[in-house]
Design a protein around this ligand. Structure first.
Ligand SMILES: Cc1ncc(C[n+]2csc(CCOP(=O)(O)OP(=O)(O)O)c2C)c(N)n1
Length: 626
């Protein structure tokens, strides 16, 4: 029996010797590599925290004590240790366990995570609640150096230091965000050289002082008293000590005995503590150690080589098409500037960054800052394209309202991963952007039906200088269409009628347009004729066209990969009401609640926004008398 097979809860782990804990670390790594090679997932981050998870569960008593894993993508070892070993093979599968920590999944998951840099705030909240309930449980937060680039982390540190709460923050420092970490903080944290340098000077200088005749030992004592202040100037601790934290480290996060010793000591302290742990992303699996960017979040791959399994389609992803078009537009217009928030690869901007380094800005995990930064750039008549996933753009809502829209600054929002994203689940689906963009004065909201139209929207955005404009596109491959060499600018607010038929009017937006066309074909086979409109614009809507067609056809379906409330269908309903179009039957297709994790196709079909669902709804509608 392997050591791992004995682990059904952290209690079992506490019975093991140090030697057995090391064996356990290897076995957990093997399990993680095996499952992620089949299901995909955040491999490199989770391989980097295996010893840390073991040491934390060895020293602390969960679920009474609580660990909050920031983002939660590095928590696989924690999941395996806390009773989910047997389900681990279902990681990220529909109905299986989540790829992030999730309170409803396990009492050992103290907080639901997915978006970065929430852990210190949540941890402090739990610590304060504990104090009010007169409980003495320990609260431990694990946050990566990438996640420390977000302002929210400092808002949490600031309050923690202020109210002096017993909270342990573990900084998991691997020099990496998804890509190499950026910003001044990152260089500050990696001042390990200075730290070693300091240790050497300290020893040599101390010996020198002591050797001085008569006054030597006095000066040595004085120097020792000054040491703390000197040390803070040359170690990364300075920052955290300024926030009122007791700083320890940096220590090697793969040495179990060191981790256990220091955690045992820290456990006794009753003040905010920051333990700086150095880890290696991808630890123990050479392909991931050598290419941590690729293996940060991967789809299935071959373990022996690390090569990814080929996808079933040759079509480029929307993200790839966006990246290629950005390079083309960047060469065309020197005013174009690209902004990403820690996702140069994820948003397809890596090649743009190589080609135009002066016009590329990775702001770190700082979506709010990124948007206001772009507003500043736009105020100087340059043309910033801000590429952020729909789900992460939620963070920058106020900046979009206050810093971009009020003055109608021409910031171009490239909203990637709009719609259902698949296995990352509810924290990552992009289902709210139409709603939070379309009600903003001055904002134009577009969504392309295919990758060629994405390029047209990008060209349109480049030359649109009246105000902010956005285009949202889905995760995954396009339809495989040809990309026109010359892109015509789209007339703002004009939709496109794709098919004509008198029985039902299908108004669709984004990826749902293709599903609607497929539904139209299926309906035609049953003798039902449909008008399918690619609406292109959620705002401004093509109100004239929609109202004219609605008055004629009267049975209307709207389709969107978005929440129903506040989305595209709501906009159509508002338009029909406002314009006094009556006597219609409107059925809106979209999402109603948070959507679980699972394959995109399966979820789109489950929630009735695929070809089948649209055709089914149309048949029902045509059977109703109005
Ligand atoms: C608000 C937000 N923006 C972007 C992301 C995407 N993201 C997930 S993990 C990650 C990097 C985190 O780096 P770090 O905290 O150092 O963890 P590591 O993976 O290096 O262990 C990013 C940018 C996110 N989860 N949340």
């Amino acid at each position: 029996m392997s050591v791992l097979q004995k682990i059904d809860s952290p209690e079992n782990l506490k019975q093991l010797s140090l030697g057995e804990l090391s064996v356990l670390a290897n076995e957990i790594r093997e399990m993680i590599v095996d499952v992620v090679s089949r299901n995909g997932g955040h491999l490199a981050s989770s391989l980097g925290t295996v010893e840390l998870a073991i040491a934390l569960h060895y020293v602390f008593d969960l679920p009474r004590d609580k660990i909050i894993w920031d983002v939660g993508h590095q928590s696989y070892a924690h999941k395996i240790i806390t009773g989910r070993r047997q389900q681990f093979h279902t990681l990220r599968q529909h109905g299986g366990i989540s790829g992030f920590t999730k309170m409803s999944e396990s009492p050992f998951d103290a907080f639901t995570t997915g978006h970065s840099s929430t852990s210190i705030s949540a941890g402090l909240g739990i610590a304060i609640a504990n104090r009010l309930k007169k409980r003495k449980d320990k609260i431990i937060v694990v946050i990566g150096d990438g996640s420390m680039t977000a302002g929210m982390a400092y808002e949490g540190l600031n309050q923690t230091g202020d109210i002096h709460k017993d909270l342990i923050v573990i900084l998991n420092d691997n020099d990496m965000s998804i890509s190499p970490n950026v910003g001044a903080l990152s260089s500050f944290l990696s001042r390990r050289l200075s730290s070693k340098y300091f240790q050497d000077i300290r020893k040599n200088f101390g010996d020198f002082l002591k050797s001085l005749p008569r006054i030597g030992s006095d000066i040595y004592e004085f120097a020792k008293r000054s040491e703390e202040s000197f040390k803070t100037f040359v170690t990364p601790g300075m920052l955290f000590e300024a926030f009122g934290f007791e700083y320890f480290g940096p220590i090697n996060g793969h040495k179990l005995n060191h981790l256990i010793d220091i955690l045992n000591n820290i456990k006794e302290l009753k003040e905010p503590v920051l333990l700086h742990v150095r880890t290696t992303k991808g630890k123990g699996y050479p392909p991931a150690e050598n290419n941590p960017v690729y293996f940060h979040g991967v789809s299935s791959f071959e373990i022996k080589t690390g090569n990814c399994n080929k996808s079933q389609t040759d079509a480029h992803t929307y993200t790839q098409v966006f990246g290629e078009k950005m390079v083309e537009l960047g060469a065309l217009d020197e005013k174009l500037v690209a902004v990403t928030a820690a996702m140069p690869e994820g948003t397809g901007l890596a090649e743009f960054a190589r080609r135009f380094p002066d016009r590329f800005f990775d702001v770190g995990i700082a979506e709010q800052h990124g948007v206001t930064f772009a507003a500043g750039v736009a105020s100087e008549k340059l043309k910033p394209f801000v590429a952020i996933y729909s789900t992460f753009l939620q963070r920058a809502y106020d900046q979009i309202v206050h810093d971009v829209c009020i003055e109608s600054l021409p910031v171009k929002f490239a909203i990637d991963r709009g719609g259902i994203v698949g296995e990352d689940g509810p924290t990552h689906h992009g289902l709210f952007d139409f709603a939070f963009m379309r009600h903003l004065p001055n904002m134009v909201v577009m969504a392309p039906k295919d990758e060629n139209e994405l390029c047209r929207m990008m060209t349109t955005a480049l030359y649109y200088d009246e105000g902010p404009i956005s285009f949202r596109y889905p995760r995954g491959p396009g339809v495989g269409c040809v990309i026109d060499a010359h892109q015509e600018i789209l007339p703002i607010g004009k939709a496109e009628v794709l098919t004509r038929g008198g029985d039902v009017l299908i108004l669709a937006i984004g990826r749902s347009v293709c599903e609607s066309l497929a539904a139209q074909e299926r309906l035609a086979a049953t003798g039902i004729s449909a008008t399918v409109v690619n609406c292109r614009f959620v705002k401004p809507l093509d109100e004239d066209l929609i109202c004219t067609l609605a008055s004629e056809i009267r049975r209307i379906i709207t389709v969107e990969e978005h929440m129903l409330r506040g989305g595209f269908g709501s906009a159509v309903a508002e338009c029909l009401m406002d314009r006094g179009v009556t006597g219609c039957r409107l059925k809106r297709l979209g999402l109603q609640g948070f959507v679980e994790h699972g394959p995109q196709g399966l979820l789109i079909s489950k929630y009735g926004i695929d070809c089948d669902g649209i055709a089914r709804t149309a048949l029902q509608l045509c059977g109703e008398s109005i």
